[in-house]
Design a protein around this ligand. Structure first.
Ligand SMILES: *Cc1c(COP(=O)(O)O)cnc(C)c1O
Length: 372
């Protein structure tokens, strides 16, 4: 409230101003990167990252298959071809093995991607080292979609700081929010300067309005940046709250045969932005959808894991590299023809808000226990 009031008191009610500048500095310091450009959404940040890499019609972009459509849609904005890379069961994130096959094939075809978009799902970083090494070998830049992983770490460094560009979202459902907003982070300050220029209608430095290329209206307002500054101060608290929610679910439901919570890789700390698990109906006698229905009857919302992009009608016909099916634990061939499809068919996201009261969470848990 103080930062927002400052904006009104100083009459900086604009897509620029002191809160915008300070929020950019504070974000860059938080992530350990050289700079940040705050924007109207995470999707805008992804779009600008592709524009900075000059992705255009006929180009190819690789992208994690198991994600929200916002990750992939900017590829279509630019008329480029999306190629989807499967998840691995150990992290639910991009499989380096599938990425390797995709890069090998693309090199043979003489059609290497202009960029690889790696998503950090549900608060957990992807295994960045092997992914970066592969992309380095082929000279392909990495765009890290950290919309869901702000506050997470990978080998002691902040998630979002590994790609040539990192993408953050401050949409209402994310771990911290500006109601709507996003950021592009990078060590390349020249690129960020160009991103700000493109995000401000690509206005040339002239007294009149001079334009030589297509621009966008993608900047964040000084009011919303004020909310973001206040939110960033409580990020660690929010991570603790989300992890505590996860631990309570696991303590109460972790022993149920056929329930498998999303694994936390030992290379870092997940924020547990959402508590996600797979439910094997053959082992526990109830299906994921039965759990959603039972919760819905109690006016509690729960949702399946993201439907992977290769299964979306919008992306029908796009190339897809699978990790191969996995048949250990809850993963059976009968549950899908790839890891991301298996996760979609079995996976559930439970209510996980930072402000979820213990009594509320108890209601969720009791409802599931009753069904069992
Ligand atoms: C939320 C989200 C986005 C998009 O962010 P917006 O700020 O809503 O545009 C992109 N990628 C992932 C993985 C997300 O979860």
């Amino acid at each position: 409230m103080k930062y927002v009031e400052d904006a009104f008191a100083s009459n900086w009610i604009a897509p620029l101003g002191p809160n915008v500048n300070r929020f950019e500095e504070e974000l860059a310091a938080c992530l350990g990167v050289k700079g940040a450009a705050v924007l109207s959404s995470g999707t805008a940040a992804l779009h600008l990252a592709l524009l900075l890499e000059e992705v255009g019609a006929g180009d190819r972009v690789f992208c994690s298959a198991l994600t929200f459509a916002a990750t992939a849609n900017p590829i279509l904005y630019e008329g480029a071809e999306a190629v989807f890379i499967d998840a691995e069961p150990e992290t639910w994130n991009m499989s380096p093995a599938a990425l390797k096959r995709a890069l090998e094939d693309a090199e043979i075809e003489g059609m290497l991607p202009k960029a690889v978009i790696v998503v950090n799902l549900y608060g957990q970083s992807a295994d960045m080292d092997p992914i970066l090494e592969l992309c380095d070998t082929y000279g392909v830049p990495v765009i890290e979609d950290a919309a869901e992983s702000l506050g997470a770490t990978y080998k002691g460094k902040m998630s979002g700081s590994f790609g040539k560009y990192g993408i953050l979202s401050f949409n209402g459902n994310k771990i911290i929010t500006t109601s709507g907003g996003g950021a592009l982070v990078s060590d390349d300050l020249e690129a960020l300067k160009r991103a700000r220029y493109l995000a401000t209608q690509a206005r040339q430095p002239a007294r009149h309005y001079e334009h030589t290329e297509v621009g966008y209206n993608y900047r964040m307002s000084n009011i919303l940046a004020g909310i973001g500054r206040g939110q960033l101060e409580v990020l660690e608290e929010r991570v603790r709250a989300r992890r505590a929610v996860f631990e309570r679910y696991r303590a109460e439901l972790g022993d149920v045969e056929g329930f498998e919570f999303m694994p936390e890789a030992d290379y870092g700390q997940s924020t547990r932005w959402l508590t996600a698990l797979t439910i094997d109906p053959e082992l526990c006698g109830i299906s994921r959808d039965q759990v959603i229905d039972a919760l819905e009857a109690e006016n509690i919302e729960a949702r399946p894991v993201w439907k992977p992009m290769q299964l979306q009608p919008l992306y029908q016909g796009c190339k897809f590299y699978d990790r191969g099916t996995y048949d250990k634990g809850t993963f059976h061939l009968s549950y899908g023809s790839s890891v991301s499809e298996q996760l979609f068919n079995l996976g559930l996201c439970l209510p996980s808000g930072s402000n979820l009261a213990e009594e509320e969470q108890e209601r969720v848990i009791e409802c599931i226990k009753k069904l069992l």
